[in-house]
Structure formats: structure tokens, C-alpha cells
Ligand binder design. Structure first.
Ligand code: FAD
Length: 482
């Protein structure tokens, strides 16, 4: 039997979990709760979900719905209109959510709060960041632009993050809306899954949802946390947590990840592996912080010197990069990992990024857009800040003149070529000596390995040395024009 009223409307957004969910915990203290998720059609084009994110969301919503005993109401529409409509229809007293920090989300939420505050108690909570961006400023009240002082001084010295809240278990307090149809059908009706089945391998790598997130964190603590600092650079092994999509969709909070480290180990900050992992959570905070204080960085260069940068336009080169057919093995392996698994190792993200913006001289926004569509962890703050970091145009960025050499990077971080062989199987017979530079292999070796360059595997689409120099020359021009 459906209910017609509830005490509180809980608007789930990027907090698809029952544990450490401050808005939800508060809502349940008030009595009955109407849980709603809105696929927001009012989001700007840039924020519309990419293909991989849609896949994740589909599964994550099904999982949350199960935890809520099938009572999650999922609606597609203009989020503000939907929330106002259901608050009225179910005669709620309170409307609650956990805060989000992208510029368009802030504008939407602010306006909605203003519109509803006269009639309802509207409350927002911090469920997604260890330190909220508005709290952390330099002595002169301006925002930090460099990571280390931001994190060490602005955040760590300021206060410890709050401790995670326990999971809620009063599922009887959730009410079933009249609009609710058969179990999960309304989620499937959103059509989030791809029509062409390019997602088949995702199922082998990922378990979206709160339980998957908790198991992932536990596995990381047990198996990888204590060797994180070095292993995090080796793309052929699982040396990192793989928590990024779970964190993006809020299936686990950064507080839970943070205190899993602090509680499971003594003096975590004195241990280089653990300190390094905690500081990566700090980078996540920093990217949100930058987008909050500098809201145009998703589209515009943080450093305006790059506005006149002479980017090339080449649909052919961009397509070769996207498809993993550049002829540079570590780049191709990374781009194929991305397409097949919805993820790419961080070290390799930096290598393929550097190759795109420096060796190919293509605009970082092209890379950002492709990642947005293909990454399961696509996250506006992290993606834009990281691409600008790679391009050299960002806050605290890698200097433009530091051009990664993909061959040396491969030889250093994928010594045996295991990673390349996994994603470029056509090269798997090549001796390790040539795995990162097949063009250097003598003809008899290529023949014995049954590789015809240009046929079985591409010739490099650019010469690494000359394209590096071209990038440096372009950068020098930018400096001159500043
Ligand atoms: P771990 O090494 O286990 O780190 C733990 C968590 O810290 C991650 O889950 C993530 O939330 C956070 N984190 C780690 N490194 C960074 C970083 N450099 N910046 C911000 N947060 C970080 N990360 C995304 O979550 N979404 C993106 O869209 C994204 N795009 C990127 C684009 C480029 C060009 C580059 C170079 C990096 C990008 N990153 C992005 C950052 C980083 O590559 C991923 O967060 C990381 O690889 C995720 O794997 P993990 O969960 O195993 O990370």
C-alpha cells in the first residue's frame, strides 16, 4: 500500500549509500522518509553523463534501490521542478541533501533552497568532501593555488576530517511513493545502458554499489595500502585502490576511506605508503577546491598564457589516439584499457595525456572530452584539473617543457611489457627490449614475431623527437606572445 505523506524528502545525488550519509541520518531522525533520485535534465551539456558513467549509474541505482527495499523513486526531469513537486505531493516538512560543489550544481541548489525555504525546512550537509572549499583560505583570505600548502597547511593543520557516521538500518522508515512501479523497472526505463554492447568487459572488473565499494576498500587495505607508494606507478598490477568511481558516485565517502587508513594502522602519517595514499585523497579535495574557487577551469585555461597556444587540429590523429592506434605501445595500451574496462591507470593517464597535448599538439579539451565519455570515474573537478595539470596550463601544473618520453616511461614502469602485452596482444611475442619501441626491432625479429609494422601494428604517427621539439617551439611562442 503506497503512502501519501512523509516527514522528509531525501534527495540522493552523488551519495548513493546508506552509511556515512549525514543528510540521510538526519532525515531518519525526523521520521518517515521519501527517497528520490532525479536524472537531472537541466544539467548543462558539459555535465550530461558520458556513456561509461551512465553504465555505472544504472547499476548503482539498482543496488541502492535494493538496499532501500525497492522504495527508491527514480525520476527523469528538471531536478528543481521534480523536488518541488514531490515535496508538495507528499506534504513533507523537510527537504534534505548532501552538498555538491560544481558551479552549476551550486547555482541550482542555491536557487532551490531559496524557493523552498519559506514553506519547508531545507537542509544541506557535507557528505562528500573532507574539507569544504569555502572553509580553506590563505591568511589573506584568498584561495590556495599550490597543492602542498593547501593540503598540509590549509587542510591538515586546520582540523581532522569528521569521523564517519554508522550505516542506517531503519529501512521501514522509507515510504513507497505512488509513482513507484515494479521493482527497478523505473531505473531500467532511464535507458542508461549502451545500445551497442561495448561494456561487456566492465562486468569483469567492477561491482558498482555500496557493498562493492566497501569490499574494494577492504581489499586495498589488506593487500596494497602498505606498498602503495611504489606500486601505484606500475600499471600491470593492482597497486591502487580502484575506488575512484565509487567515490565519484558517493557509494563510499572520502571520510570512510580516510579513517580506514587512520584506524587500521598506527601513525599513518609517518608511513610513506599510507601518507602518500592519504595525500591522493587530498588531490581529490584539491580538484574540487580549484573548480569551486575558479569555476571556469573546466573550459578555460587556468593560466591565460595558454589562450594563444597554437593547438593543431587533426581529426585523424585524434581518432588514432582515441582508438589506441598511435603506434606508441604504452599509449595504445592505455587507450585500449580505457575503452575496454572504463578505467585507465593514473601513470598511463599522464603518459597518454602528455602524448596528446605535447607530441600531437592537440588541445587538452579534446582529451578531457574523450575521458569524460569513456571513464567510469569521470569527474568534472578531477578530470579538468588533471588535464590542465598535464597540459601545463593548470594550477600547480607540470611545467609544459617537461614532455614525457613514452618509451622511457614504458621501460621504467612496465619493464617486462606486461601491461602493453595485455592490451596490445599483437605485440606479445616481441622481446622486452623492443616492446616499447617496435620500430627499433630488426626486420628478422619482427618477421619471427609475425609483426608487419603498418599492417599488424601501426607505425608511429609522429616521430617522438621532432614532435617534442615542435611542442617546445610552440610553448616558446606562447611565452613570447604573453
Ligand atoms: P588511488 O591511487 O587509489 O587514489 C585514491 C583516490 O584518490 C582516487 O580514487 C581518487 O578519488 C583520488 N585521486 C587520486 N589521484 C588523484 C588526482 N590526481 N586527482 C584527483 N583525485 C585523485 N580521477 C577521477 O576520479 N576522475 C577523473 O575524471 C579523472 N581524470 C583524470 C584525467 C587525467 C588526464 C589524469 C592524469 C588523472 C585523472 N584522474 C581522475 C586522477 C587519477 O588518475 C584517478 O583518480 C586514479 O587513477 C583513480 O584510481 P584509484 O581509485 O585506484 O586511485
Amino acid at each position: 500500500m503506497a503512502n501519501t505523506s512523509a516527514n522528509t524528502l531525501m534527495w540522493f545525488r552523488q551519495d548513493l549509500r546508506l552509511s556515512d550519509n549525514p543528510a540521510l541520518s538526519w532525515a531518519l531522525e525526523q521520521g518517515s522518509v521519501l527517497p528520490i533520485y532525479v536524472l537531472d535534465e537541466s544539467a548543462p551539456d558539459k555535465a550530461q553523463l558520458g556513456g561509461a558513467s551512465k553504465w555505472w549509474l544504472h547499476h548503482s541505482l539498482h543496488t541502492l534501490n535494493k538496499s532501500l527495499k525497492g522504495k527508491l523513486l527514480v525520476i527523469k526531469g528538471d531536478a528543481s521542478t521534480v523536488i518541488r513537486q514531490f515535496a508538495k505531493q507528499y506534504s513533507v516538512s523537510n527537504v534534505v541533501w548532501n552538498r555538491l560543489y560544481e558551479p552549476w550544481q551550486i547555482a541550482r541548489d542555491k536557487e532551490l533552497k531559496q524557493q523552498m525555504s519559506e514553506q519547508y525546512c531545507v537542509k544541506s550537509f557535507n557528505g562528500n568532501l573532507l574539507w569544504e572549499p569555502m572553509q580553506v583560505l590563505k591568511k589573506d583570505e584568498t584561495p590556495y593555488k599550490v597543492f602542498t600548502p593547501y593540503y598540509r597547511k590549509g587542510c591538515l593543520q586546520r582540523s581532522a576530517p569528521r569521523y564517519p557516521l554508522p550505516s542506517v538500518d531503519e529501512t521501514s522508515a522509507f515510504i513507497q511513493a505512488d509513482e513507484q512501479v515494479d521493482d527497478g523497472e523505473h531505473i531500467t526505463a532511464l535507458n542508461l545502458l549502451p545500445e551497442i554492447a561495448w561494456d561487456s568487459d566492465f562486468y569483469n572488473h567492477w561491482t558498482p554499489g555500496e557493498l562493492g565499494a566497501k569490499e574494494g576498500l577492504a581489499e586495498f587495505i589488506e593487500q596494497a595500502a602498505c606498498s602503495y607508494k611504489d606500486d601505484r606507478n606500475i600499471p600491470s598490477i593492482k597497486g591502487t585502490s580502484h575506488l575512484s568511481p565509487h567515490l565519484h558516485f558517493g557509494e563510499i565517502s572520502p571520510h570512510q576511506a580516510w579513517y580506514a587508513i587512520i584506524d587500521n594502522f598506527d601513525n599513518a602519517f609517518d608511513n610513506p605508503d599510507l601518507d602518500c595514499f592519504l595525500s591522493e585523497l587530498g588531490w581529490r579535495e584539491f580538484s574540487h577546491y580549484l573548480l569551486f574557487h575558479f569555476p571556469t577551469i573546466q573550459e578555460e585555461n587556468f593560466n591565460p598564457k595558454f589562450d594563444k597556444f597554437p593547438w593543431r587540429k587533426s581529426a585523424k590523429d585524434l581518432s588514432a589516439w582515441q582508438k589506441g592506434k598511435t603506434g606508441i605501445p604504452i599509449v595504445d595500451a592505455g587507450m585500449r584499457e580505457l575503452y575496454q574496462t572504463g578505467y585507465m591507470h593514473n601513470r598511463v593517464r599522464m603518459i597518454v595525456g602528455s602524448f596528446l597535448v605535447k607530441n600531437l599538439l592537440l588541445d587538452w579539451r579534446e582529451g578531457e572530452r574523450w575521458f569524460w565519455d569513456c571513464l567510469l570515474d569521470a569527474d568534472m573537478p578531477a578530470n579538468s584539473a588533471s588535464w590542465q595539470w598535464v597540459a601545463g596550463s593548470g594550477a600547480d601544473a607540470a611545467p609544459y617543457f617537461r614532455v614525457f618520453n613514452p618509451v622511457l616511461q614504458g621501460e621504467k614502469f612496465d619493464k617486462e611489457g606486461e601491461y602493453v602485452k595485455r592490451y596490445c596482444p599483437e605485440l606479445s611475442k616481441l622481446p622486452n627490449k623492443y616492446i616499447h619501441k617496435p620500430w627499433d626491432a630488426p626486420d628478422n625479429i619482427l618477421k619471427a614475431c609475425k609483426i608487419a609494422l603498418g599492417k599488424d601494428y601501426p607505425e608511429p604517427i609522429v616521430d617522438l623527437k621532432t614532435s617534442r621539439q615542435r611542442a617546445l617551439d610552440a610553448f616558446a611562442q606562447t611565452k613570447d606572445s604573453a
